[in-house]
Structure formats: structure tokens, C-alpha cells
Design a protein around this ligand. Structure first.
Ligand SMILES: [Zn+2]
Length: 339
């Protein structure tokens, strides 16, 4: 064993990934579908189990983990300063579509359950953690004014302003998927009508096309020159760019870093269209802003979680050696049993 170790936990709407790293790099990754049944402590207990399982894989005691970073889908609420998840894609009690999520949770006591067990726990919204990782290791190293935006199943954001990572009262700033863009638009999973996520997310693109097609199917149709797909994707990218322009009007940023599967799989289509629309907005505000793809890409989830707790004296070594690019393949655990 070459300690000490850090733990990173990435909680998404469909899966949880846990990774353990020492100063040399990532030693083990464990992946499991997220459990959405049982008590409202099911997810923190699953995280606890996966952390222990990962420790066992490399012969490390849980007490030897010096810090644990958790990057989670949100939004968060705080009760007496303690972070709880109130995410509609995990909590059936908040979800619009009860058929997909069968539980009736409205809050998940993530910090309360994990903090007793895992020392130096740091929990952030996944897009907030992502901007930290991209600023340390990715597309916006050293930039003081930068906004990360994920374009995926949903839309999320995280931002540095004047070199400070912004949080807001519950750690949800800037939750840009839910800024309003149009009147009488479609309904978002959050309940809003016509917000950015309801108009441009992967779910929205698939919904607008219909016929049970996925967003990736729509992009394929776009590439083959189909008019309907062209119309839907062109509208989505115009609305996405307008969302960026609105955020920029508030934050006066220098760099947007864009990630997420919808964007990263279709950079060639989306980036030129976003730029065209974005720079059309008020030039005094938009002209000097750079729009860049995520550099961490497929490694962003792990690196977001680990970046939250990475010691200063590891960072330079990781920047130089980029050890995340040769992380081991994840151990994939069955959803039902514990292994
Ligand atoms: Zn919304």
C-alpha cells in the first residue's frame, strides 16, 4: 500500500462511481447503478458500501482514507448547515414522473449518514465540482472567471468569479438549467415551463423528435441531412447559446467550458452553432468570451470528485503526469446484490 489515499464519489441519476487515489494516481474504481428503492438513506448507505468495497480491493483500511470528495447531482438543501439531496432524478417524492422513480423520498440525508464514517468529507454539486476539476487539470487552468456548463440528460453549471468558486446559500449556484428562456415552453422535470433544461437537454431533444428516439438518434438523423432533426437541433443550440449569453450577462465571464455527453459526442455540430449565436448577443459583453470543450471529458466525473479534496502538494504532480488517463477500468457491481 502506498498511502495516504483520497476517495472520490460521483453520484448521478443512474449510477454511482467511487475511486480511490494516492499521489501517483487512481488505484481502483467501482461502479454500480444507483439504488432508488428502500429507505431514504439507501443512497448514502450504497456509497458507504462502495467505499468499503473499493478499500478492500486494494487492501486499504477505511481509516486510512484521509479525505472524501463527493460530487453529486442536485439541487441541495441544507438543514442546520447539513447537506441533503433534493434531486428530482433521485427523489420520487419530488419527481414529475412517478413511474420512473418508485420511491417517495423528498430528501436524502447524504452528509449526515456519510460524515460519521468518512473523515474530511466535502460535498459539492456535480457541475460545481466539475468547474473545479477543469480549472485545476482541464480546459481553463488558472482562469479566474470561468463557467462550466454540462449539456447532457440535463443542464448544469458551476462557476468561478474573480477566482472564487461560487456556491450560494445551499451550494446550488449557478443552477443554469432552470433559468427561464421562453414563455409557454415545455415543462421541465423541476416543474418550470420554458426553462433552459426543458428546451435543450438530451431529454428535450428526444421528446421534440418523438417516436421513442434518443437524443443520439436525432443527431444521427441530423448528420444524414434530415430536415426535422435539423430544425430540432438548430433550435436547441440557439436556446443553449442564449442561456450562455444570459449567464454571461450576470457573471461577465472569460471562459465557458462545455461538457456533458450531448455536447461531447457532437462537438463538431454544436460548437460552431453555439458560437455563431452567442457572439450575436450584445457584443460588448460577448466578444471577449472564449467557448471551449471540456478537456477532461470521460474522466471528468472522477476528477471532479477527487479535485474537491486533493492536497496542494499533489496538484502539480497530477498536472504534469495526468495520471487519470491511465486509471484502471472500473469494477462493475451488479445492481441487486452487493457484488
Ligand atoms: Zn427546470
Amino acid at each position: 500500500m502506498t498511502g495516504p489515499y483520497l476517495a472520490g464519489v460521483d453520484i448521478g441519476g443512474t449510477k454511482i462511481t467511487v475511486s480511490l487515489a494516492n499521489f501517483k494516481g487512481i488505484s481502483v474504481k467501482v461502479f454500480q447503478e444507483v439504488r432508488l428503492e428502500g429507505s431514504h438513506t439507501a443512497i448514502p448507505e450504497q456509497v458507504d458500501f462502495l467505499l468499503e468495497y473499493a478499500c478492500e480491493q486494494i487492501g486499504v483500511q477505511p481509516d486510512d482514507i484521509m479525505a472524501t470528495g463527493v460530487s453529486s447531482c442536485g439541487p441541495f438543501v441544507k438543514e442546520d448547515g447539513i447537506i441533503q439531496l433534493a434531486a428530482p432524478n433521485l427523489c420520487g417524492g419530488l419527481a414529475k414522473d412517478r413511474n420512473i422513480i418508485s420511491n417517495n423520498w423528498t430528501r436524502i440525508p447524504l452528509e449526515a449518514v456519510l460524515s460519521g464514517r468518512w473523515s474530511t468529507l466535502k460535498i459539492e454539486n456535480d457541475a460545481v465540482a466539475a468547474v473545479k476539476a477543469e480549472r485545476l487539470f482541464g480546459a481553463c487552468r488558472g482562469e479566474d472567471n470561468v463557467v462550466y456548463v454540462t449539456w447532457s440528460t440535463g443542464i448544469g453549471g458551476g462557476a468561478y468569479v474573480d477566482g472564487r468558486l461560487i456556491h450560494g446559500k445551499n451550494g446550488n449556484a449557478p443552477h443554469i438549467g432552470h433559468i427561464y428562456l421562453v414563455e409557454d415552453g415545455p415543462q421541465c422535470g423541476c416543474g418550470n415551463f420554458g426553462d433552459m433544461e426543458s428546451l435543450v437537454s438530451g431529454v428535450a431533444i428526444a421528446r421534440d423528435y418523438g417516436g421513442g428516439r434518443t437524443a443520439e438518434d436525432v443527431f444521427r438523423a441530423f448528420r444524414s441531412g434530415e430536415g426535422k432533426a435539423n430544425e430540432i437541433i438548430s433550435r436547441a443550440l440557439r436556446n443553449f447559446a442564449r442561456g450562455l449569453a444570459s449567464i454571461n450577462a450576470i457573471l461577465d465571464t472569460e471562459v465557458f467550458v462545455i461538457g456533458g455527453s450531448v455536447f461531447m459526442n457532437n462537438i463538431d455540430i454544436l460548437l460552431p452553432g453555439i458560437e455563431e449565436e452567442f457572439y450575436r448577443s450584445f457584443p460588448i459583453l460577448s466578444a471577449d468570451v472564449d467557448i471551449r470543450p471540456s478537456l477532461l471529458g470521460a474522466y471528468l466525473g472522477d476528477m471532479a470528485a477527487l479535485s474537491l479534496v486533493m492536497p496542494e502538494d499533489w496538484i502539480k504532480k497530477w498536472q504534469d503526469n495526468r495520471p487519470w488517463t491511465h486509471a484502471p477500468l472500473p469494477v462493475i457491481l451488479d445492481k441487486q446484490g452487493f457484488n
